[in-house]
Design a protein around this ligand. Structure first.
Ligand code: MGD
Ligand code: MGD
Ligand code: SF4
Ligand code: MO
Length: 761
């Protein structure tokens, strides 16, 4: 403990204000993506070393996004006081930088409204309960449904905020204890189409590159990625390399900040990505710019791709996507001329009713230009949540896969897990997250265990999600706060955050890194793995783990990809990239150096035809709404809304409207605007900006009282991956005063209710 904790805390408070002001200044000037490298650390470093010696310290991994920054966290036992750079070698991704969230976003840990004890519902209200009572109720509530309707009537949403070890247990709990394959997580709302598309073409549903490749490549094609705001530290790496001469091609409907650094920026209409990507492939192959040797030796399916792209003539691409022929040609030629190229993307490519096809088109482009498996080349979907790669995928809390992407339908694999877990497992896949909510309408899902996911705001079509949550026979929510989702629960279990527990996260380039406890769990909250263990025991299973290292040992024995990923090694080696088959394997920096992970070792290219959004603008709803993030806020705000400095700078959502469109409607920046789709309406202040095109509007996803998912649709899903079409909805806009006078439309009532009722966090 510090002999002067108040002094340190006070210093940090001032440092935060100073740093946030600095960010804002930078944002207006040149770069909102990250603080100038080192600035924050300088601030933190100037806290006297004498004082820091008295504090708890742990070298750990950031719990916000999947970049996977590492740093030392300092705590006085009550709150997190500072983040400082850790030894460079132990921070392979970030070195000494972080963004503002990793540096300062810790007020939520000690906030007054943290859940510190279990809650149970009685006469419609929550009351505090002991752990024994709450866990008994959960065991009874879930057990009852299992008995009456079978395990398939239950589903689990696992948490990509939690550690690998905890997510392994979430999958095991669903299958062994509840008897259901319906376990899924936020990857479904995010990159599941990436996983599906890449698995089908190359074998692994993950980035093939290392962050090192992102620093050294000669060329980037970036699309659907607001890199500076969503993956700030990676953006810093890219910008540095571009300054050193690399080409950067950005395709995005919004001229996001990374576009300022681009050697070519092309505005695309939302929802037609396979079209322009196929157009680039067409230009490449028709001009013999492809890598013939790579195509011949390492791929199958090239001829079919070559034939299928012929329909995407420059004229057609321009008509469908708005990208002029010369920009398609220039991009194709830049990629073909570069020695090495990285293809980077995020949700702009995936959150569509045809996201998997978009990803496969991108994979085709990477393959035909020979940009795989060599240093500086590869595919790089920047993953989202801090642990969605590991916890959301590798650990197998998935309806169709066990840990390590082992197929549930494969008899041999299933037998292995049935044997290890001493249970019977159905060969039928369970429901994906988005399908759980649809299945509940049919009475096929009656109980849910939602861990670290705020579905009442993050699912598509939340007017529908709310109805489902309200109608479930039994709902248990395990979170740090009484979230919008928890308000529907029968029992709420208080979990603790990554600063209060030990385990591992896996970042966007497959690096497994240590997460270390720096303070005791707040109040009576407990780490997810301990809660799951208590519950499993109450429900008849003798789980007996003493530590997350023991859980990882079980993962090692059942999951070839993680065969050698022990805590001991991860800690000693400062991170380990999968596949890592055994104790002696060094880990894998770059996938596909020699072969692809397919039966014949070749990349399987698939022809991708024309696709368009499932909903397109019409006379009533003439604009395309696309949705996403801002730098300072994180998702549904449970963590960032409790950070005063952050709230000062981004106090609400907004809607970006092009100046011409705004003029037409008589809207000025700051005016309240009603944005309305067939499903609902929200009112948010306007931000008039030419970042968007005249027919597109953009709104962030961060606030409950303007929940943008009232406008999105729960039924428009990618047919294979079940990812929602978050990036395209047809909407109309109106100044809020005029709109109030207009006639009511479907969805208006729930939206308005929510506007007054649920915005308190
Ligand atoms: N600050 C912050 N950082 C985060 C998060 C956060 O909440 N806050 N969340 C994390 C998570 S879980 C994730 S998944 C990532 C997401 O990271 P991103 O995907 O970069 O985040 P979004 O804001 O959703 O941005 C999507 C981008 O796609 C563009 N876009 C929209 N529609 C289309 C389209 O049809 N085609 C193309 N090509 N582009 C389109 C948008 O203009 C935007 O630039 O961020 C992670 N990092
Ligand atoms: N319209 C639209 N909707 C979207 C998106 C979009 O781009 N547009 N993006 C989608 C994407 S990519 C994502 S990833 C989702 C994100 O949606 P969510 O995952 O629902 O969003 P979060 O707010 O990150 O919710 C995480 C929850 O976990 C809790 N938590 C944090 N740490 C822990 C822990 O260690 N244990 C437990 N038990 N709980 C913890 C937090 O308090 C929080 O309530 O949103 C999706 N929704
Ligand atoms: S870039 Fe991501 S991992 Fe790094 S500090 Fe920011 S939120 Fe954390
Ligand atoms: Mo995500």
């Amino acid at each position: 403990m510090s002999d002067d904790p108040d002094g340190v805390a006070g210093y940090m408070q001032r440092a935060k204000q100073q740093a946030l002001a600095n960010v804002e200044h930078v944002a207006e000037g040149t770069a909102a993506e990250t603080l100038p490298e080192g600035t924050l650390f300088e601030i933190a470093q100037s806290i006297g070393d004498r004082q820091l010696e008295e504090l708890n310290v742990a070298d750990t991994t950031c719990g916000y996004c999947a970049v996977g920054c590492r740093f030392d966290l300092y705590s006085d036992g009550e709150e997190v006081l500072a983040a400082r750079p850790t030894d460079d070698e132990d921070a392979p991704v970030n070195g000494i930088s972080t963004c503002v969230k990793g540096k300062f976003g810790y007020d939520f840990v000690d906030s007054d409204d943290r859940l510190t004890s279990p809650l149970v519902r009685e006469d419609g209200e929550f009351r505090v309960a002991t752990w024994d009572e709450a866990l008994d109720r959960v065991a009874e509530g879930l057990g009852d449904i299992r008995e009456r309707h079978g395990g398939d009537a239950l589903s689990v949403i696992a948490s990509s905020k939690a550690t690998n070890e905890e997510n392994y247990l979430m999958g095991k709990f669903a299958r062994q204890v509840l008897g259901t394959n319906s376990v899924d997580n936020c990857n479904r709302l995010c990159h599941s189409s990436t996983v599906a598309g890449l698995a089908k073409t190359f074998g692994y549903g993950a980035a093939s590159v290392s962050v090192e490749d992102l620093e050294t490549t000669d060329c980037y094609l970036l699309t659907g990625s607001n890199t500076t705001e969503a993956h700030p530290v990676i953006a810093t790496r890219i910008k540095q390399n571009v300054r050193d001469g690399a080409d950067l091609l950005v395709f995005d409907p919004r001229e996001v900040q990374i576009a300022e650094y681009a050697t070519q920026y092309s505005r695309v209409d939302p929802g037609y990505d396979a079209v322009w990507i196929n157009g680039i492939i067409r230009h490449v192959v028709n001009n013999d710019l492809h890598d013939e040797q790579f195509v011949a030796e390492r791929t199958t399916g090239f001829e079919a791709v070559k034939e299928s792209v012929q329909e995407f003539t420059p004229e057609r691409v321009e008509a469908e996507t708005g990208v002029p022929p010369e920009e398609i040609a220039a991009a194709a030629e830049t990629i073909a001329a570069a020695d090495t190229c990285v293809f980077g993307w995020t949700l702009g490519l995936t959150e569509h009713s045809h996201g998997t096809e978009n990803v496969m088109a991108m994979a085709n482009l990477a393959a035909v230009t020979g940009n795989l498996g060599k240093p500086g080349t590869g595919v790089s979907p920047f993953r989202g949540q801090n642990n969605v790669q590991g916890g959301g995928g590798d650990m197998g809390p998935l309806p169709d896969n066990f840990p390590g992407y082992q197929d549930v339908a494969d008899d041999e694999v299933r037998a292995k897990f049935e044997d290890a877990w001493d249970c019977e497992i159905s060969p039928e896949y369970g429901h994906y997250t988005t399908q759980m909510f649809l299945a509940a309408d049919e009475g096929d899902v009656r109980g849910m265990y939602v861990i670290g996911e705020n579905s009442a705001l993050s699912e598509p079509g939340v007017n529908h999600a709310e109805d489902v949550l309200a109608d479930l026979d039994f709902l248990v929510v395990q979170d740090l706060f009484v979230t919008e989702t928890a308000r529907y629960a029968d029992v709420v279990l208080p979990a603790c955050s990554f600063v209060e527990k030990t385990g591992t996260f896996t970042n966007t380039d497959r690096t497994v890194q240590m997460v270390k406890q720096v303070m005791e769990p707040k109040g009576d909250s407990r780490p997810d793995w301990k809660i799951l263990q208590d519950l499993a025991r109450r429900m008849g299973r003798d789980w007996d783990y003493d530590s997350t290292a023991e859980i990882m040992a079980e993962v090692n024995s059942l999951t070839p990809l993680y065969g050698g990923v022990t805590h001991e090694r991860v800690d000693a080696e400062g991170g380990l990239q999968w596949p890592c088959w055994d104790e002696d394997h060094p880990g894998t920096k770059r996938l596909y150096a020699d072969e692809f992970d397919t039966d014949d070792g070749l990349a399987h290219l698939h022809a991708v035809g024309y696709s368009e959004p499932a909903e397109t603008p019409d006379e009533t709803y003439p604009f395309t709404l696309t949705t996403g993030r801002v730098l300072y806020q994180y998702h549904t705000g449970t963590m960032t809304h409790r950070e005063e400095g952050i709230m000062e700078y981004t106090p609400s959502d907004f809607v970006e409207i092009h100046p011409e469109t705004a003029a037409e409607y008589g809207i000025e920046s700051g005016d309240p605007v009603r944005v309305e789709s067939e499903r609902g309406a929200i009112t948010v202040p306007a931000q008039v900006t030419d970042r968007v095109g005249p027919e597109t509007v953009f709104a962030p996803i961060h606030f409950a009282d303007s929940a943008v998912n009232r406008l999105t649709d729960e039924e428009r899903l990618d047919p294979g991956a079940a990812t929602p079409e978050f990036k395209v909805s047809a909407v109309r806009i109106a100044p809020a005063d005029d709109a109030a006078a207009s006639s009511p439309t479907p969805g208006e009532t729930p939206a308005d209710d929510a506007g007054t009722g649920t915005g308190d966090d």
